[in-house]
Design a protein around this ligand. Structure first.
Ligand code: NI
Length: 158
């Protein structure tokens, strides 16, 4: 781990008590780790919002669907094969007689991950699903965003 810095924070007693209750319920041993997680989450969110559309991201798409829906399996397979370079791994669970759950791990350009996810989520027969997007760990804190949100623009030689 890199060097640790300490800082003091002024906060209303009531807010602090509520926060302590919340993080205790979530299993945090202390405030520091809870704050670090909040900071990392804010950084990832910001980086994803300001990343170029072709920036690399990691995603996991969870889908629950009715496998009796006509042609759904074929369409899901077709879409995933069309974007096989994005699909790292697929976990399939037969939930009960009717339902299947699939967790699709994706890696690639943010724009393409979102497009494939939207395509799968909008198929008829998909009952519920959600995409989670994050960044490789080094991307979370390893580079500074400039004011216009582009962190990669100063390497060009003219
Ligand atoms: Ni199944």
């Amino acid at each position: 781990m890199s060097d640790l810095s300490r800082f003091g924070v002024s906060v209303e007693e009531e807010l602090l008590q509520s926060f302590d209750q919340l993080i205790a319920g979530q299993g945090y041993a202390n405030r520091s780790e809870a704050l670090r997680d909040l900071m990392r989450d804010a950084l990832v969110k910001s980086r994803l919002e300001t990343s170029p559309e072709n920036g690399e991201a990691l995603g996991s798409l969870t889908l629950v669907y009715d496998h009796h829906a006509s042609e759904l399996n074929d369409k899901m397979n077709e879409l995933q094969h069309d974007h096989h370079d994005l699909v790292v791994s697929v976990l399939h669970v037969h939930v009960n007689h009717d339902d299947c759950m699939e967790v699709i791990v994706l890696r690639g350009a943010i724009r393409e991950i979102r497009a494939l996810s939207d395509g799968l989520l909008s198929l008829k027969g998909v009952k519920h699903g959600r995409l989670f997007v994050t960044l490789p760990a080094q991307e979370m804190v390893g580079r500074k965003a400039t004011s216009n949100g582009h962190a990669h623009s100063h390497n060009h030689k003219h």
